[in-house]
Design a protein around this ligand. Structure first.
Ligand SMILES: [Cu+2]
Length: 224
């Protein structure tokens, strides 16, 4: 379990990664909003929800809209991101996912008139999950950047594999790796277990599940 604490002032953002051998459970970043905090230096992944809990004792607006004029704060969001404002009553939480990577500069506007500013760096996730559900990979096709890791999560109680080696296939057309990449075979992935592979060579990886190839248990990873 990896815990990353990014602390500035009284704010703590905690990211909890699941153990690699366990079935994935959704995890979140937790952000505490207090009345005295500026949020700085926080980094979250674009696919992971952030839960903003308002512990300040007063209602607050989270302002990620550059068209809002907030004295004492500069608001800017990455190109292509959707501006928004979200009210969070005292004691309540808001779950937000930031899909566009980049730096978000936002304002916290409290009901008592206090304004605080914050920054949030949203980064590309290092790990992209593919679930094994029944005899399907979900998503069946996934597109990643070179250097990202794909983690296959066996949510079933059956054994599956992730195999890109045509020599192991009943139908060699079900397996392929780009020129320069080495074919791989996960071996048996037990129920509840995971298999991870970092893919650095761009191109199309076609893979199948050895026990269920004939039943169409195949998938594709496109590495850009
Ligand atoms: Cu399978």
């Amino acid at each position: 379990m990896t815990t990353k604490n990014l602390v500035r002032g009284l704010v703590v953002a905690t990211a909890t990664m699941i153990a690699s051998s366990a079935i994935a459970t959704p995890f979140t970043y937790n952000v505490s909003i207090t009345a005295v905090n500026h949020l700085r230096g926080q980094s979250v992944e674009s696919t992971t929800p952030t839960v903003w809990k308002n512990t300040s004792g007063t209602d607050v607006e989270l302002i990620f809209d550059p068209s809002s004029t907030v004295v004492g704060a500069t608001i800017a969001i990455p190109a292509g991101a959707t501006p928004f404002t979200r009210s969070v009553a005292q004691g309540e939480s808001a779950a937000l996912v930031f899909e566009k990577t980049g730096l978000y500069r936002f304002a916290l506007s409290f009901a008592d008139g206090t304004v605080k500013s914050g920054e949030l760096a949203v980064v590309r996730p290092d790990i992209v999950n593919v679930d094994v559900i029944g005899i399907s990979f979900s998503p069946k096709e996934v597109r990643i950047k070179a250097g990202q890791t794909v983690r296959w999560i066996n949510t079933t109680t059956q054994i599956h594999t992730v195999t890109t080696d045509p020599a192991l296939a009943a139908n060699p057309a079900n397996a392929a790796v780009p020129t320069g990449a080495t074919p791989f075979h996960s071996g048996s992935i037990e129920g509840g277990a995971t298999f991870s592979m970092k893919l650095v060579v761009p191109g199309t990886y076609k893979y199948f599940c050895k026990p269920h190839e004939a039943m169409g248990h195949v998938g594709t990873v496109i590495v850009e």
